[in-house]
Design a protein around this ligand. Structure first.
Ligand code: UD1
Length: 418
């Protein structure tokens, strides 16, 4: 199993290109189930999760070619309507094939995604949304069996903001009869990207990016071509890599507006941030101040950047309180950061981080537990004195494209080992 070996304490400087967003690419891939023909996606990151989604699509009868970040999916009349457990369990986002499969075939069998390291992550709201559109849902032997001759438009209020739930319903509603209104919808940039692709396919959607999305069902969609939006989480992670090592890093091919809450917290910590229409630079700063953060749905502070921000706070002057409100178990990096010497008291969904800028972090072997936790450990390793080994790096490969190459290009001493 691959590990990352990092010699810490080296300042990172320079400019690095941000990849396309994993959390957008996966959803657009599943949207291809809605229309037969060739869907062309550019700026698709080469990641383990994209491969998992390709395998799942292949099992449903969609062929694909992937080269130089362009992915062509040839969606055919579907060979199967069953998303198998073996394929779904590798990636929770696979549940996003439910809406498109049901809308297109009227009959979908999708494995329940099962447990997840960062919390129970139920799919009850996805299923409620399908039921509200007239689907009959049965749970049998670990599978969701969903049936509806023709989904019907409805008004649905999400009792909790859910990214995946919003996306599943949005995709299903494109081919439903009549109008569907999603209330308390998620507003993440990746949802806007998905809506924009669906609109290119012929869907009638308005309000995406706000909490009320309106979809007028159409009879048929057609394939289209699209460039995946930039990965705001990767951008934030790379900016922290610069910050935590006292260097100056520019991320390019990004959308600074996606990261406003994050950038304003960096500014509060005294970092100077410069932006252009598609770049963000974090200026050199040797000593930064602690700030408190509370994660919440977009446009507030992203839960997917909480672990990385915590790594930065371990070396801040003062104490920061980090509250996680989106997932109930997203502090698994805390004990690993403590192995590097960080002073953190984890409580239920709140962690109190007392910065140790003078003492600093020291290298140790650590274990990655989930995708963003791995990123946080790599960041801490970049700042720690000595050689840190981050084990189980496959988590990182699920969501970061060639992370070690990008960090090396900024001067990091990082290598992958068996
Ligand atoms: C997506 C992102 C993930 C990010 C998260 C929140 C992808 C592939 N993943 O995950 O990186 O951390 O958004 O920004 O895009 N919930 C329910 N019932 C449901 C659905 C969700 O209770 O039916 C709960 C979840 O357990 C969680 C909260 O709602 O506590 C938010 O989850 P959700 O927004 O759905 O996250 P994902 O779409 O799984």
């Amino acid at each position: 199993m691959d590990k990352m070996v990092i010699k810490g304490g080296v300042e990172l400087n320079g400019s690095v290109r941000v990849s396309g967003a994993k959390n957008s690419a996966l959803k657009l891939m599943f949207a291809s189930l809605l229309a037969e023909g060739k869907h062309v996606f550019h700026n698709v990151p080469e990641l383990a999760d994209v491969e998992s989604a390709r395998k799942l699509l292949q099992s449903l009868g969609c062929e694909s070619e992937f080269s130089q970040n362009t992915l062509i999916i040839n969606s055919k009349s579907l060979a199967s309507n069953k998303a198998d457990y073996e394929l779904v369990r590798k990636m929770r986002a696979s549940i996003l094939c439910l809406g498109p499969l049901l809308a297109k075939t009227g009959d979908a069998i999708v494995s329940l995604p099962g447990g997840c390291a960062i919390g129970t992550r139920p799919i009850d709201l996805h299923l409620e949304a399908m039921k509200a559109m007239g689907a009959e849902i049965e749970l049998k032997e670990g599978y969701v069996h969903a049936k509806a001759k023709k989904l019907k438009g409805t008004t649905f209020l999400f009792e909790k903001v859910t990214v995946g739930g919003t996306e599943n319903m949005m995709m299903a509603a494109t081919l439903a009869e009549g109008a569907t209104i999603l209330e308390n919808a998620a507003k993440e940039p990746e949802i806007v990207d998905l809506a924009n692709y669906l609109i290119k396919m012929g869907a009638k959607i308005t309000g995406h990016g706000t909490s009320v999305i309106h979809i007028e069902g159409v009879d048929k969609l057609k394939p289209a071509e699209h460039t995946i939006c930039p990965d705001r989480i990767e951008a934030g992670t790379l900016l922290i890599a610069g910050a935590i090592t006292g260097g100056e890093v520019t991320v390019t091919h990004v959308e600074p507006l996606y990261l406003e809450a994050f950038l304003s917290k960096l500014r509060e910590a005294h970092f100077k941030i410069e932006t252009t229409s598609n770049t963000i630079t974090i200026k050199k700063l040797k000593s930064w101040k602690s700030v408190d953060i509370t994660t919440a749905p977009h446009p507030l502070f992203a839960t997917d950047l909480q672990a990385q921000f915590m790594a930065l706070m371990t070396l801040a002057h003062g104490t920061s309180v980090i509250a996680e409100t989106v997932f109930e178990n997203r502090f698994m990096h805390v004990t690993e950061l403590m192995r590097l010497g960080a002073d953190i008291t984890p409580k239920t969904q709140v962690a109190v981080v007392r910065g140790i800028p003078e003492k600093g972090l020291t290298a140790a072997p650590v274990m990655a537990t989930d995708l963003r936790a791995s990123a946080s450990l790599v960041l801490a390793g970049l700042a720690a004195r000595g050689e840190t080994v981050v084990n189980r790096i496959y988590h990182l490969d699920r969501g970061y494209e060639r992370m070690e190459e990008k960090l090396s290009s900024l001067g990091a001493q990082i290598r992958r080992a068996d």
